[in-house]
Design a protein around this ligand. Structure first.
Ligand SMILES: Cc1cc2nc3c(=O)[nH]c(=O)nc-3n(C[C@H](O)[C@H](O)[C@H](O)COP(=O)(O)OP(=O)(O)OC[C@H]3O[C@@H](n4cnc5c(N)ncnc54)[C@H](O)[C@@H]3O)c2cc1C
Length: 385
């Protein structure tokens, strides 16, 4: 019979960060269970790796205010690389409504303590990136400490550091059931046998709902396909560029290796476990790319290198964190709605605090409980890319 103090279901970046933060707080008897033969085969390995504090709700801004400085010191702190590159996020507004929206967000971000964000003029954007078609750009906002990380590397760093301090990782092992007793959680059933534990964390990403179903908890997390298109090497746009967001249609891109990584969230996409890349997407995104960056007409793309992955969406685009109501010992770290990489450090800290002490000072955790949906206390994030 195997035992652990805490079992984490899912070895993506969220489960790995929770394992790291638990061991860093002195809880060594942690078992991470991952059904795939390798980590990163869920959403983490498909991510664009963007990290930003430019959100519209205070709680998301707070999660970033912990997470981005954490990524900045990750290599020193953990001894493994996260690949943080503070190249910024540049939102380009093409409409007065966008400007008003960015201004409101900017005021919230400054009030929360973000120092590196500023509203910028259309002329400044033109000066920074003359390659952009800017006749309709009327201003924007830029935060220099936003940027990118290498999600796979950060996930491995978290898990390896946790393992250095006592945590275990079982790969190729599926959790098939959760065992309850009169007190709450008693353990899990897996394809490698039963493991007893009084605390179990659901960190199963886009598959979290099926784990919650095992204890009769209804989790409003739905998978939604997102597709990314990497380009072949391209040197007609600077590789020092930030993530650039065209607010007229949501097209965004960032430098990646010798080329660029192109993203656009098709509003016609529907929920479901669709993991296949749709080749028709290439034309849709290249049209939008060349509209905003005329030299992108010269981009070469190999559709075989493009990929699709899953966002894990909640109705209000905020994560669900903390102990599930009515199931003592069953903790949720789910529903990041496309922000799980950038918020993994804060999530790890919050979950470790809640598991070990029952409270966390990092955010007001009552805002992100599962019960907010039943109680009509949702808080909507609109800055979702
Ligand atoms: C195209 C794309 C671009 C994105 N861009 C960004 C971005 O720029 N910035 C950002 O912050 N986020 C981004 N995201 C979102 C981000 O990738 C996710 O929010 C994050 O990876 C979630 O991490 P996770 O550990 O919760 O989930 P996952 O990485 O999916 O890990 C969950 C793990 O649980 C395992 N699992 C599931 N069921 C079981 C079971 N029964 N037993 C055992 N194991 C199980 C799975 O195999 C999986 O490995 C993007 C996502 C996609 C798809």
């Amino acid at each position: 019979m195997h035992t652990a103090e805490v079992i984490i279901i899912g070895g993506g970046i969220v489960g790995s960060s929770i394992a790291y933060h638990l061991t860093a707080s002195g809880c060594k008897d942690v078992l991470v269970i991952e059904r795939e033969t390798a980590q990163g085969k869920g959403s983490t390995g498909k991510s664009m790796g963007g990290v930003r504090a430019q959100f519209s709700t205070p709680v998301n801004i707070q999660m970033s205010l912990y997470s981005i400085p954490f990524y900045a010191s990750f290599d020193d702190l953990l001894g493994y690389p996260a690949g943080y590159r503070p190249q910024g996020y540049l939102f380009c507004a093409t409409d007065e409504k966008h400007i008003a929206y960015l201004r409101t967000n900017y005021q919230k971000q400054i009030a929360m303590g973000l120092k590196d964000v500023r509203l910028i003029s259309a002329d400044e954007i033109r000066g920074m990136f003359p390659q952009l078609r800017s006749d309709d750009i009327i201003g924007g906002s830029f935060c220099s400490t936003d940027g990118f990380v290498d999600p796979y590397s950060a996930m491995i760093g978290f898990m390896t550091s946790a393992a250095d301090h006592g945590a275990k990782l079982w790969k190729n092992t599926q959790v098939t059931g959760i065992i309850r007793d009169t007190k709450g959680i008693a353990g899990v059933e897996t394809t490698r046998g039963t493991v007893s534990a009084g605390k179990v964390v659901n960190a199963a990403g886009a598959w979290a709902k099926s784990i919650a179903d095992m204890v009769g908890v209804n989790l409003p997390v739905e998978p939604l396909r997102r597709m990314l298109v990497p380009t072949e090497p391209f040197d007609q746009f600077p590789h020092s560029a930030p993530m650039i967001i065209d607010m007229s249609n949501g097209f965004h891109f960032r430098p990646e290796a010798l080329g660029f990584l192109l993203a656009w969230n098709d509003p016609e996409e529907t929920t479901g476990y669709k993991m296949d890349f749709d080749p028709a997407f290439v034309e849709k995104i290249l049209i939008r790319a060349a509209e905003r960056v005329p030299v992108f007409e010269n981009l070469a793309v190999n559709p075989k290198r493009a990929w699709a992955g899953l966002y894990e969406m909640t109705p209000d685009h905020h994560p669900i964190l903390g102990e599930a109501p009515g199931v003592p010992g069953f903790f949720l770290a789910n529903g990041f709605s496309g922000h799980g990489v950038m918020h993994a450090p804060a999530t790890g800290k919050i979950l470790a605090d809640l598991i070990l002490t029952g409270k966390s000072d990092l955010i007001d955790t009552s805002l992100l409980t599962l019960s907010r949906f039943a109680e009509g206390k949702t808080i909507h994030e609109t800055a979702v890319l």
